[in-house]
Design a protein around this ligand. Structure first.
Ligand code: ZN
Length: 477
């Protein structure tokens, strides 16, 4: 469909999509992608500093003043790049910020068909660790800054790009570190994060264009029971394993309450237009006032829907006992929760205490930073959904109609969590939007043979160039 519309456009008028990307822009963006993929930025042996420095060199070579391109971080291996394209005049509107992580998930050569740390182009795809998550977007941002600088484009507000460490793992999250140590460098009116949201395609045909406006909050809890133990030939009723097993069984059979917010409501309303007749009818019943309980029950059987309409808590690990012939002295389970916006981890811990309903089982929060056990979880409520702003959404909708015709722009809540949680919590409303179209059944982020359609990549390059101009007073075709 994309190809067809490009062809058609080429016949009747100026080409409207990525086909219009000139050869020098293609070569530049491909070259940057190659360099980033081939610098290992895993937590185990890689360095985001190396990638940040490589991008800094490119920006300096393109003419950025050294004062506007910094590489900084808490240690030698976890550097972050902050680059600023200055507005034509100082003192105007507040800057906009785009955050994107440089680190990638581990990848073993033996698991892959190609070398994960080489950019390989074959069969219409770019292969390499990070092509989807998210060096493709990192490269797009650097290429866009370089093209702006080369052509002398001056925005009406500063554009700040922060390429950062430790989103996927590690203990040196770059966005968090920058907010705490160099807030002035990245302070902005709002932020974009291409790590979430995005264009979903099926066989290359765009289905929808999702903008992440809310995220669930992540929290781990430990359920634990202890006993004096003893010889297993003389069992007693009070058994640590039974306590924890019974607690988990109660959790298994207890669903958290159904709850929609402005974003999930809008998402489901749009979804009802494209879903199967049964699902569409159920979605409409669910959105009605009062919501239809049978419809909610049916929809909740679909994991993706269930995760959107309630907080979820699920057992993920279990360990207990110390010998085959001894009564267990301890039993512990880890429960992972994904919490709806507007609720706190402590609220959910208290819910778990109520569900477990057994004073012999302790429910403690596992700290985010170094896994320490806490009797109470943080009481801050996770940020409410970001309010959709016309100055962000209108140009996005206009461009989306050109790049992915027929695919509706849909606000979306992420069931996972991205670095947007830090910027949102710091008062910088953040919109998740990747311009890389990925087939619904070809999501390979974190997996093996990660790949991205070559066309999707160049569309993304063309899109972000236009979008950042549209957000900063530039002329867009
Ligand atoms: Zn990511």
């Amino acid at each position: 469909m994309k190809t067809a519309s490009c062809l058609l456009a080429a016949l009747v008028a100026a080409p409207l999509c990525a086909a219009s990307l000139d050869e020098s822009a293609r070569a530049l963006s491909r070259d940057i992608l190659r360099e980033l993929i081939e610098i290992n930025t895993t937590d185990s042996v890689g360095s985001t500093t190396a990638a940040a420095e490589a991008m800094r060199s490119r920006l300096l070579a393109a003419g950025f003043p050294a004062a506007d391109v910094a590489v900084l971080g808490p240690n030698a291996r976890k550097g972050n790049l902050v680059a600023r394209l200055r507005a034509a005049q100082a003192g105007g509107r507040k800057p906009i910020l785009i955050i994107a992580h440089l680190d990638v998930v581990e990848a073993r050569r033996a698991d892959w068909t190609t070398d994960p740390f080489r950019l390989v182009e074959k069969d219409g795809y770019f292969y390499g660790r990070g092509t989807q998550d998210m060096k493709g977007s990192d490269a797009i941002l650097v290429a866009t800054l370089i093209r702006f600088q080369r052509e002398g484009y001056r925005p009406d507000r500063d554009i700040i790009v922060a390429l950062t460490a430790d989103e996927e793992g590690g203990t040196s999250n770059g966005v968090n570190w920058l907010l705490r140590n160099h807030r002035d460098l990245i302070d902005a009116e709002f932020a974009l994060n291409p790590d979430s949201g995005g264009v979903t395609t099926l066989d290359g045909k765009a289905l929808d264009v999702e903008v992440a406006c809310a995220e669930k909050l992540y929290a781990d809890f430990e359920l634990k029971a202890t006993n004096p133990g003893g010889h297993s030939s003389l069992p007693v009723p009070d058994n640590a394993i039974y306590h924890v097993a019974d607690a988990l069984a109660r959790l298994e059979h207890t669903a958290f309450p159904f709850e929609l917010n402005a974003v999930t409501r809008a998402y489901f309303a749009r979804l009802a237009e494209v879903e199967s007749p049964q699902n569409a009818a159920d979605i409409r019943a669910m959105l009605a006032e009062p919501p239809g309980q049978a419809a909610i029950e049916r929809l909740s059987r679909v994991p993706q829907f269930n995760a959107l309409v309630r907080t979820t808590c699920v057992a993920t690990r279990l360990e207990a006992g110390h010998a085959n012939n001894a009564l267990p002295q301890t039993a512990r389970a880890i429960v992972n929760c994904r919490i709806l916006p507007g609720h706190s981890a402590e609220e959910v811990r208290l819910d778990l205490v109520r569900i477990v309903a057994d004073p012999a089982v302790s429910v403690r929060h596992i700290g985010d930073l170094n896994g320490q056990l806490e009797d109470h979880a943080p009481a801050e409520k996770s940020p409410a959904p970001v309010v959709l702003r016309a100055d962000v959404m209108a140009p996005l909708e206009r461009l989306a109609a050109r790049f992915w015709p027929g695919a509706p722009v849909v606000p979306d809540m992420e069931t996972g969590a991205s670095d947007s949680r830090f910027t949102n919590a710091a008062g910088i409303p953040t919109f998740g939007f990747s311009a890389l179209a990925i087939d619904r059944d070809d999501v390979r982020a974190h997996g093996k043979d990660e790949r991205l359609r070559v066309d999707s990549y160049y569309d993304g390059v063309a899109f972000y160039y236009d979008y950042l101009k549209a957000l900063t007073g530039g002329a867009v075709k």
